[in-house]
Design a protein around this ligand. Sequence first.
Ligand SMILES: Cc1cc2nc3c(=O)[nH]c(=O)nc-3n(C[C@H](O)[C@H](O)[C@H](O)COP(=O)(O)OP(=O)(O)OC[C@H]3O[C@@H](n4cnc5c(N)ncnc54)[C@H](O)[C@@H]3O)c2cc1C
Length: 520
Amino acid sequence: MVYEGPFEESFDVIVVGFGFGGAATAIEAHDHGARVLLIEKMPHPGGISICAGGGIRCAKEEHGALEYIKATNAGTTPDHVLREYVRGTLELESWFRRLARVNGAEIGLRDRQANYPFPGSRSFQYVLVKSVPGFDAASEYPHVHGARDGVMVFKVVHDNVKFRGIEVRYDYAAERLLTNGNGEVRGLRVSSGGRRFALAARRAVVLACGGFEADYETQKQICRMRFLQSVATCANTGDGIRMAQEAGAGLWHMWNLHASYGFRSPDPACPFAIRVKRLPDWTPNAGAPGGEWSTWKTSDVLPQMSWILLDREGRRFMNEYPPYLQDTSHRSLDVFDTVNLRFQNQPAHLVVDDEGRKLYPLGHQVFNDGACQPYRWSQDNLREVETGVLRRAASIEELARIIGSDPAVLDATIKRWNRFCAEGRDADFGRPPVSMTPVATPPFLVGEVWPVLSNTQGGPVHDERQRVLNSFGEPIPRLYEAGELGSIWGHLYLGGSNLSECFVTGRIAGREAARHSPWS
Ligand SMILES: Cc1cc2nc3c(=O)[nH]c(=O)nc-3n(C[C@H](O)[C@H](O)[C@H](O)COP(=O)(O)OP(=O)(O)OC[C@H]3O[C@@H](n4cnc5c(N)ncnc54)[C@H](O)[C@@H]3O)c2cc1C
């Protein structure tokens, strides 16, 4: 909105959102001489970043990595933007080693192919934070539940924000961008403690306030799918998208969700879904120019997947174990039956037998929210029968009653699946043979599963300097973005790349923002 003052306070660069994107931006802007304010809507830091797996995907060499991500983006992001991302990842190992000096964290590398068998898939590795001396995640970040390695990565960047004395304000929500009459961004209207006021950003504003995981109204308008539930945050409500739109931003990649299928929490007060157990992704055979997958019969990489998924009629409808379950598995649930006027596979029914039940816990919850208690999934999956997440069926007939399907159809489905398991080939959907587990020993357990949303990729379009572009491809003066807000991923995702994108784009945005001369 157009606003020429007065401003209550003035900073060089204001960064909105304290996840990885905002932290990297603040550090870099500070190191380039700017007086930075980092504001965070929640009472605590971390965003969904702190819930992440922790592997930071980086290129080992530019050419192959660029070829690969061009293929996975399928023309949805310009090459020069992708190139800048790839080049930025080449610097992340040394950047993290520098950050680690602050708290003695151990930084490591792990060679890891990219997820899909496109040329260049062997050009990647992970940068990892392997340990942080004396760090106790539970006492330092009690608002984070079910944390994985992302919490250690967060500790490293958080300690660097503190070490530099960068000012952070919590319970501080950005509401509107303030511009002069020429559309140049001059600051932000924020709200905190029941008050609204204007802050000046004399060099630039950087939006790093995540996506729209918890903005169900926007999701309704841009996804066909219904009943999506966020897994980790209530705070990412698309504020950055709306603020940038008001300043004229174009949008991209809005449909692309990093999502899978999972359970609803039995606690109605808990707004977070529970993701199904994370199983390793497939390994592509990158030697093949046209792309192909390794031979699963000889592979010991993939574990058994204990379950199958059934639709409302008691039929299988998808490969339950697609190449990258956390990237694309929700897409098969998105089928609307225009005769019966309902989503055919929402909910889908996850079924295991008694042997499968014993393999591992079927679900795991991870979220960042101090106001909500986590659901702790039991090791043997039996507590879930008591909590109602799963139901027990002594026979196929009882299972059919629970699902609401014809027992004969269900019986045929189960027999067909068990035959595939014995033959070692899923003739219907091509699930990897090593993962196939019969559903034969009663009692069976069945639970409803829904599409669940880890994070969104869409948002304002940006260029290779992280400048937010308007609908005509022109930069909006003094406005930048970083992180998953307006992410580059517009077709297939690269595991670990939202994290590296936060650090690469945050570093670029921070540098670029600090470079401006202050307006007066
Ligand atoms: C369970 C889970 C596991 C994941 N695992 C991986 C993984 O292993 N590898 C990977 O690469 N990616 C992973 N991702 C995705 C990745 O974590 C995110 O895409 C990335 O961390 C987003 O970082 P960000 O800084 O852009 O957003 P966030 O970390 O969400 O930070 C945004 C911050 O902005 C704040 N905010 C929002 N609106 C406002 C406002 N108006 N004013 C002020 N502050 C505001 C929010 O409270 C939040 O703290 C995972 C996601 C989830 C949920």
